[in-house]
Design a protein around this ligand. Structure first.
Ligand code: AHR
Length: 656
């Protein structure tokens, strides 16, 4: 008897070992006759934070670094170009000084005075954000606010790495009063490492502020518009929502440097530049020249959300600075300003043009409302002090705007005492949505696909607000955006979708990184000054966000032998949508049974696949791992699908 048991156990173990090299197909049953709960229309979206040069130096394509001389070292980015005489001796014919008297604006108080002592000229230069990118034939608006006494002209040239001129222009006709001047410079060559040179030839002085070189060819050709290739990647993702402006950037190191949305709207020359909290966060990636100009501010975020078809989700400071840094907290009796910011933001986004903030929105070019429906109270906060502050916010906001959903945080980890305590509070206080973060290993993602299967259906909903598989460790500099990480996220996301009645939103984080100026990796999109590409993680997000149905469909098995599934029905297009992740090294034969032998159209199959788990995309091979499309037919209510090793596939089946 004992021997027989041992033998049968052996057979089971052996069967487990060979199960992937199967001969009979794995049956996946989709119960299309019983559509379940509604999936949120904004299920998969975008988390944007100004980290890794994602805003200045990235999505916001200003080419001059420190255009307003407001960095803590106000000449950061600017260099004097000394004259060299016949004997090779360098000398200066003038001087630079930073001044504050009679500034362009009290909120942009510093400016540069260029004093020229000798006729014949004085020059300075700016090297941009790790170089200035210009493209042959493209046009750039060169502009500045200038006030002068003596010199009537500021000449500008663009030179490449070898010093060859690749464009020029001039501003002229200055008076003794601040005035904005502009001209268009056409580049004659392409380079990522140009510099902008400014020359003042006559004696006297000119005061300069908001010195700008801005591409004309922005997204939707907007002045002060966004970088086209990066917005296109966001647009192609079909995001359900856009969370902004972060992330820890919301909190600031101290309350003084928290994100204040009101200082980021209106005339860009009036917006107050402050330090970026990622500036020196990591010893392994110091970025002392990282500041926030807020050229990309809250108006531009709302506009971006609208452009890419995403619902806006602004996150506001709740009176707490980053709990990993200063942990500074505003007293409860000091919260009025924070709450007013939240109430005024709702007016800015949705209020009539006759209201104070609605009027500003209209003046900025958008009289129609931005349809704000939700606000985050705090970023990744936790603890009793957070709960106390949330209560004050919730009372004020719900009294005036019961229509606005409130998003709160469950702290930085996906489990543990802090997480459990926060959830105990939230179950009692019943905010609308709780934001959970998981920066975990690929193995964690694969083994947690059932995380939400047993969540309380009557409690607050969940926002998987920041997640990314870390191949080495949280925010470690050697984390990779490889297929191992991405396919583990895909497996996990089937669990999010299957539980779409609880999980209402999800976003990968962080979104973007400049290859020469990042602080945190992994990231969904990498770029340099000229090029950009989506990582495998980006394509997983795109695969899911582009294929969200309206209602969950029951599917079995959900997780078995390295296969992970989810299914939905899309009542807008009358399609069944089935997702199958094969997280094994073996090709798998499956039969996807659709539950009824109705009439089905040709199945559109979209697949992301690589047998190599270390596969990555790169500037040279930006789409090495990207979405591939094919078709299949349904026979007798069944799709016979061959799943390639390590693949994520979506089957869209027309039902009428
Ligand atoms: O995504 C990077 C950081 O991770 C976010 O700013 C913060 O919310 C989290 O700790």
């Amino acid at each position: 008897m004992e021997i027989r048991i041992a033998l049968s156990s052996l057979v089971i173990v052996f069967a487990g070992m060979i199960s992937h090299a199967q001969t009979s197909p794995t049956i996946i049953n989709v119960d299309s006759a019983h559509p379940g709960a509604a999936i949120s229309p904004q299920m998969f979206g975008i988390f944007f934070e100004d980290i890794n040069f994602a805003a200045d130096g990235g999505l916001y394509p200003e080419l001059v670094k420190n255009r307003s001389f407001e960095f803590d070292k106000p000449l950061t980015g600017w260099h004097e170009t000394l004259a060299v005489d016949a004997g090779g001796i360098e000398s200066s014919k003038g001087e630079l000084s930073i001044r504050t008297e009679d500034p362009l604006s009290a909120t942009n108080p510093h400016y540069l005075r260029v004093i020229v002592h000798e006729p014949g000229g004085y020059a300075l230069r700016n090297n941009g954000f790790r170089g200035i990118v210009v493209e042959s034939g493209a046009e750039y608006r060169f502009s500045a606010y200038v006030r002068g006494a003596g010199p009537k002209v500021v000449r500008a040239t663009l030179t490449d790495e070898s010093g060859h001129e690749v464009g020029s222009g001039k501003l002229e006709g200055f008076t003794g009063k601040w005035q904005r001047y502009e001209t268009v410079i056409r580049a004659t060559a392409t380079t990522q490492h140009a510099q902008l040179n400014l020359f003042v030839d006559e004696t006297g002085y000119v005061d300069l502020d908001m010195v700008s070189l801005f591409p004309l060819d922005t997204w939707k050709h907007r002045p002060n518009g966004l970088r086209k290739d990066l917005v296109q990647l966001l647009y192609d993702l079909h995001p359900g929502f856009l969370r902004f402006p972060g992330g820890c950037i919301v909190e600031g190191r101290q309350l003084l440097t928290r994100y204040r949305w009101k200082t980021t709207v209106g005339d860009i020359a009036q917006r107050t530049t402050i330090i970026n909290r990622w500036n020196d966060e990591f010893d392994h990636r110091p970025t002392p020249d990282y500041f926030q100009s807020f050229g990309l501010g809250f108006y531009e975020y709302f506009q971006l959300a609208e452009d890419i078809g995403a619902r806006p989700l602004p996150i506001l400071n709740c009176g707490m600075a980053c709990q990993f840094n200063s942990n500074e907290t505003a007293n409860l009796d000091q919260l009025d300003e924070y709450i007013k910011d939240a109430l005024d933001l709702i007016e800015f986004a949705n209020g009539p043009v006759t209201s104070a903030w609605g009027k500003l929105r209209a003046q900025m070019g958008h009289p129609a409302p931005f349809h704000l429906e939700m606000i985050g109270i705090g970023n990744e906060q936790w603890g009793e002090r957070y709960i106390e502050r949330y209560k004050v916010f919730a009372a004020a906001l719900k009294a005036k705007h019961p229509e606005i959903k409130l998003v709160v945080a469950a702290g930085p980890s996906p489990a543990g005492n802090t997480f459990d305590t926060m959830w105990a509070h939230w179950r009692e206080l019943k905010p609308d949505i709780v934001d959970e973060h998981y920066y975990m290993t690929p193995e964690w993602f694969v083994s947690n696909t059932a995380r939400y299967d047993h969540y309380d259906r009557s409690g607050p909903k969940v926002f998987a607000g920041e997640f990314a598989a870390q191949t080495s460790g949280v925010a470690k500099p050697d984390n990779r955006n490889n297929w191992r990480a991405a396919i583990s996220e895909a497996a996990f996301m089937t669990g999010l979708e299957r539980n779409g009645d609880v999980v209402r939103m999800a976003s990968y984080a962080p979104l973007m990184a400049h290859v020469d100026a990042w602080q945190w990796t992994p990231d969904a999109i990498w770029f340099d000054n000229l090029r950009s590409y989506g990582t495998p993680d980006y394509y997983v997000q795109r695969l899911f966000a582009s294929n969200v149905g309206t209602n969950i469909l029951p599917v079995t098995p959900q997780a078995k032998d390295g296969l992970f599934t989810s299914a939905s029905f899309d009542e807008r297009s009358d399609e069944l949508i089935v997702k199958v992740i094969n997280d094994t090294a073996d090709a798998r034969t499956t039969e996807i049974r659709l539950g009824a032998t109705g009439r089905y159209g040709t199945v559109k199959v979209t697949t992301l696949q690589s047998a190599d788990l270390s596969a990555e995309n790169s500037f040279e091979h930006p789409t090495a791992l990207s979405l591939q499309e094919s078709t299949l037919e349904v026979n007798g209510g069944t799709i016979s699908a061959q799943l390639r090793p390590y693949s994520a596939s979506v089957y869209r089946v027309p039902t009428k």
